[in-house]
Design a protein around this ligand. Sequence first.
Ligand code: MOS
Length: 755
Amino acid sequence: MSKTKLGANAERVDGRDKVMGKAIYGADRILPHMVHALPITATVGKGRITSIDLGAAEAVKGVLVVLDYRTLGRLKPVVFSFAGGHAIQSLQPLQSADVAYRGQAVALVIAETLEAAYEAAPLVKISYAAEPFEVEMSAAGQEEVKQAVAAPYFPDFVHGDPEAAVAGAPVILDEVYRTSPQHQNPMELLSVVAEWDGDHLTIHEGSQASQAMQCGLAVQLGIPADNIRVISPYVGGGFGQRGSLSPHTILAAVAARKVGRPVKLTVPRSQVFHATSFRGANEHHVRIGATRDGQVTGGVHLVRAQTSRFDLMPYTGEETTSRMYAWPAFRGATTLVKLDTQTPGFMRAPMEMGSFFALESAMDELAIKLDLDPVALRLKNDAVADPITGKPFSSRRLKECLERGAARFGWDRRSATPGSMQDPDGVLIGWGVAAGAYPGYIGPALAKVRLQRGGKVILSVGGHEMGQGIRTAIAVVAASELGVDPETIEIRIGDTAYPPQHTTAGAWGAATATMPVRDASRAIRQQLAGLATKQKGGPLHGQDPTSLTLQDGWLSGYGGRQRVDDILRTARLPGLDGEGRGDVPGLKPDALKQAAIGKISTAGPEFPDHVSFSFVAHFAEVRIDPRLPRPRVTRFVTVVDCGRVISRRTAESQAYGGIVWGIGSALSEGSEVDPRFGGFLNNNIAEYQVAVNADVRRCEVEFIDREDTNFNGLGAKGLGEVVCVGAAAAVANAVHHATGRRVRSLPIRMEELLA
Ligand code: MOS
């Protein structure tokens, strides 16, 4: 076995299949007699359909039918995922003449070929009676609700009397920070192949939540969930976009039933911006009080967060900002603002990206007011226990993150005065720091592992591979327990035919899936060792089973060894089965049952005996030419405390991704709304600008890599989200350091830095 195949730096177990084109994604399925569906979307910001003329479209050669609200049929109501249901939003497609937002699907062309569908779509003539709408947070007179009242399951985070603590402080920072809506834009488009066999439906679609998709479709169609199988072995990027059931999936399912043939529906990039969730706009009012020597006396973090007219998408960023520093008093509270778009949802670090842009910009501003180094201010206010509950942290190595990052970056060479660091040609250099945290969640999972005679391992567990590397993490853990090459393990995930496929999100995926896999693998090792110690004549006969180790098909201990195949043959067994549940304190006893009916059922960040968060520190360098002030991020150092690193290679890749997202968030990513038209205007990846290679220069990533066994038996906390928390603030703080300009809204564009 080569060294790169073992241990924490194992190669991606699915890397070869991916580059060979053998990893099959949703729309890769090409089924016999398959036809194509293309949604048509509303062109008014809000209103009502007054007439639909399908004549010209249905006359196009190859078009089978065009469906609209008159012909799709009534769906049973599906519940929004954060109201205890399965769907990205409660509003369902093609159910009435009402249009709730621009870009909402209003008709569906079904044709023999994609070309015919695209030819027919613009020929569908729809007239609307337009109505007034609001798409901007800043518009006057919006409908607002206090989250803690409207959705009491998401309370405020309050401790002490923060208003008084801030008001009485000698130094006060009081500012408002804003973030734009953003869209996840994974490379793989939303796409589905739906296929009926009698009354059984099969859905091929990349999802982070195949069980929720299965159960939600069952609700919509009014059929048993057992009649539906969702198959999602690979996802071409999740980032929260595929965390529950989106409207296009039911359209494909109903279309396939209507035409009696498999239907492929790929949502065009331009439509994706309105077809499912996104990161809503936020406004953060941050107030911090401090003593003159930089001790915080209290914090108030009031958020206004966008939601839709018909669902309350919770915003819980203050759950984490309330734990970030040793606040003697704190209030975090959210007001939801109802706007006329689809329901916002999750996008990588969904609440924390905006919340920490605000908090960590505010800490930078406070450091300047206090004439303190911003790293020193953070270290001075590091929390020892959770300010909200008083419980200890399961682990908290923020201090190490800041110290190691500062050393690696060379922070001590920073001259504090803005604009004081320049290249010889006058280009301004800015160095910024920011920290971040993300709640430690963990979910339920059941793992089944089979070791066959001949050495083959087949393993199934709840989890979804969206490129983050969960297959590799699972393989590394099983391989180390069973002493096999990770690449030989067959991993079955993302498919509702296997154990419950709980939603993979919130950075809980690897910790959730690997624990039960470890336990199931250990169960097999124990059985094998038990058999060997019982089998008379074998060299391991009579030994203590717990002392035996397994490697490359041999069981060994006390100098003796025995072939696994011989043990199984003697026992007349074709193989051994192990099961693991990875029980975690704090999970409800019925958590796995909830997962099996498609419900999100996690524990954390508050556990019975502790609270859990992952931590990060970012150090960013920007260069800005004062004659054309376009910020360029030239260097980034990120140090992460995510507990034990299970798979170094995929963890590093995740961390680089977090940096790239931070750069994009800070400098270019924003979904533009126009109050005249509604919807999102820059609904393509030419105008919605994610950071690309040219925007990303030197990135260095380091892990503290100390296990947190209070959190779980493997010692691994979440990683995928925390790596981009605070990253945008580090860039914004660096921009200030370079230019003296404090930009309190994202993205920071060149025009805001012009004289
Ligand atoms: Mo993550 S944004 O919870 O998939």
